[in-house]
Design a protein around this ligand. Sequence first.
Ligand code: AMP
Ligand code: MG
Length: 694
Amino acid sequence: MSHFNTVIMVDWSGGNDRGPTPKKDAIWACVAGREPVYLRNRQVAEAWLCEQIEGAEGRVLAGFDFPFGYPKGFAGAVTGKADPLALWEWFEARIEDTPQGNNRFDLAGEINGMFPGIGPFWGNGRVKHDVAHLPRKGLARKGHGMPGKRACEDRAKGAFACWQMSGAGSVGGQVMMGLPVLTRLRARFGAAAWPFEPWRGADLALVEIWPSLIAADVAAAQRAGEIKDAAQVRVLAERVAALPEDDLAEMLDVTDPRACEEGWIFGLGHEGRLAGAALKPPPLRDDCFALPAGVDWTPVDEALDDLRARLRPVVARVEVPLAGALGRVLAEDVVARRSNPPQANTAVDGYGFAFDALGAGDQTLPLIEGRAAAGVPLEDTVPYGKAVRVLTGAALPDGVDTVILEEDVTLGEGAIAFREGVRRGANTRKAGEDVAAGEVALAAGRRVTPADLALAAAVGHGSLPVFERLRVGVLSTGDELVEPGAPAGAGRIYDANRVMLLGLLEEMGFAPVDMGRVGDDREALGARLDDASEKADVILTSGGASAGDEDHVSALLREAGAMSEWRIAIKPGRPLALGMWQGTPVFGLPGNPVAALVCTLVFARPAMGLMAGRGWLEPQAVELPAGFEKRKKPGRREFLRARMRGGAAEVFPSEGSGRISGLSWAEGLVELPDGAAQISPGDPVRFIPYESFR
Ligand code: AMP
Ligand code: MG
């Protein structure tokens, strides 16, 4: 972004001094690439801004989250000129502002006095003190002749109008208390006030922003414990600074004719670019797998808790049409836009009428002409005491609240007869009885199923916000490995892990990236990891993860300074090498296929689930009677290759960790607890079907 060298974003406030401790709803500002700064009042903020602008190298773009103008006609009515910048100066000359208080309500009342009727400003923050000409309620206004909103606000869903001087979300106070500061910055630094003045080549451009444009991204990028205002300015500064030059220019070149008087919201209509530039959250920290020194064999649950605490989503969000959303992870809650069913309708083919019109005993009701069918509603109201033909799915006509099944009536000449005993509302579906508009239909983090697609469609969605698929690179290591199907000499073995891991990832809904094989050669391995860290969000390696001479994965990661050997008390398994390579997490799995599979299912899968935005994934298990006998020593958790037959869990006769045939024979795993166990046939054991690991 070479139009500007420094980006500063400011979340403004119209209130009084907020005290020394960082608080929400105060002024927060952030220079792109640095940490957000808390500014307790406007005086402090103005001084800070001057300091940043003076100290900045090159051209500065500074964004402020309040309107730079008022609806069309206001500037002219107040100053006699339809020039928004004359209005800025007008305010600058009249606003009195100290950390202790300001005259914004009085000035709003004074301005209202210049207009006919009541308004346009409303809202008085002082409970006990009435202000002349300033109504407390927006509805009390009339006849002032000003538009309710600016042109850009018609398009910015949820934006507040600048007439509101107090109450939740009031923007009016912020504008009045902000424009004088901007006026002084403009005078002092020769700034261009966007979009009123040309921004190209300006040393300082002041730009109106509205963080709600990328609210969802801010929420996704908010750090634990971070104040929302701080996250807003941090994320927005980062995003704007990351915009390609052409995108930025296009976003600054506003064409709406009303913008030159009313101002405009930067990025409006270009939300995708603003979000798209960096929808992707920042990478994980290099020390995210570090373990305290001297840790002995860590119990499985502790290792899992550790992973869970250190990882978070690393994938970007995108909006995809329903047809492309199957199997993807929802990035946001999906809220019903309309109810399902949208209106009351009939559940059967039959006859509809008003229940209250029925008398005691058997019934005869005259039929009216016409019928209601699905998608073809009856326009007329059904008269009280009459019935109408209705077909399944038809909206209930006015005057109908109950339907009788056609099989339960005798159809006569222009009338139906049926026995007593019909219930009120029988055979009807109420509007919203399934899902009401505004309810969360599908929760964020869910992997979209075919049924979810149906639900999303029914409640009014044609596309869904999902995460990009987590790209997982798979790399096999070892001099002994040969590509499947190729001739293999003595002492060589086929690379079995890679196809298995790629397949597992596919089933889990991640995007597998085949990174091939490398021999036991540190340089080649380093180069391949470089490549993988570009192409994938996570890397799974198998082999070479222990601490032996040929264990180059762990050696390399250790050299890079970002590896820990996780010695987990699990069988089958060897130490896992967890580390970071160029900002990409690496799971160094054992080479042995059985251990590689178990460690992937037990450790890598939930970790990848978190990184993919699915949240932490616990496999669903069932308790089955054991169909085997086993004695187990304490001190580590064991996973046995198992399957369910005749309602019991069978296990593979050999526990040999090279027995790939056992993996293939099995349909899941039996999980035995950390402690000692003596299992006899019929004892309950925990069986986790392979399907549960998806
Ligand atoms: P390592 O962890 O490199 O010591 O390997 C442990 C065992 O797993 C050795 O017998 C390796 O030959 C075997 N192994 C390593 N990688 C693979 C692979 N991709 N496919 C099948 N076996 C492997
Ligand atoms: Mg090896």
